[in-house]
Design a protein around this ligand. Structure first.
Ligand SMILES: [Zn+2]
Ligand SMILES: [Zn+2]
Length: 131
């Protein structure tokens, strides 16, 4: 019988994530060298601990999954908050550039005027604004 301290298990992380509506996936390297615990926040939400839609707890050099689960649990503890990024690539996925005849998919706002355009048309719009 070993008497090591209780470790955080995948079940602990899954339970905490489920409470937030988040989902957990684990990528496990065959040689146990690079393990990753990935947690996706529910749609429209980010993790309060870091403001990202996906938590990535990555270990290397054989760092145990238990340590990653403990890290993940700690970061989950702060919960989630609605994403308030108007230009978020995750919440507002790619749409077509609105310039006539242009079919380029754009995922970011290309200023100057806040309209979502492809890089080429954003440059053209910037020239229009400067004139
Ligand atoms: Zn977002
Ligand atoms: Zn365009």
């Amino acid at each position: 019988m070993s008497s090591k301290t209780p470790t955080t298990s995948r079940r602990d992380v899954t339970t905490a994530a489920r409470r937030l509506g988040a989902s957990v996936s684990v990528r496990r390297d065959r040689d146990n060298l690079v393990n990753e615990v990935l947690i996706d926040a529910p749609a429209g939400h980010v993790f309060a601990s870091s403001g990202v839609h996906q938590l990535v707890c990555a270990g290397s050099d054989g760092e145990s999954l238990d340590a990653l689960y403990a890290d993940a649990l700690e970061r989950l503890a702060m919960g989630t908050t609605p994403c308030d990024d108007d230009a978020c690539d995750v919440c507002r996925p790619a749409q077509s550039c609105p310039e006539p005849g242009c079919t380029v998919k754009v995922a970011r706002y290309n200023f100057p005027d806040g309209v979502l355009r492809c890089a080429k048309h954003a440059k053209a719009a910037a020239r229009r604004v400067q004139q």
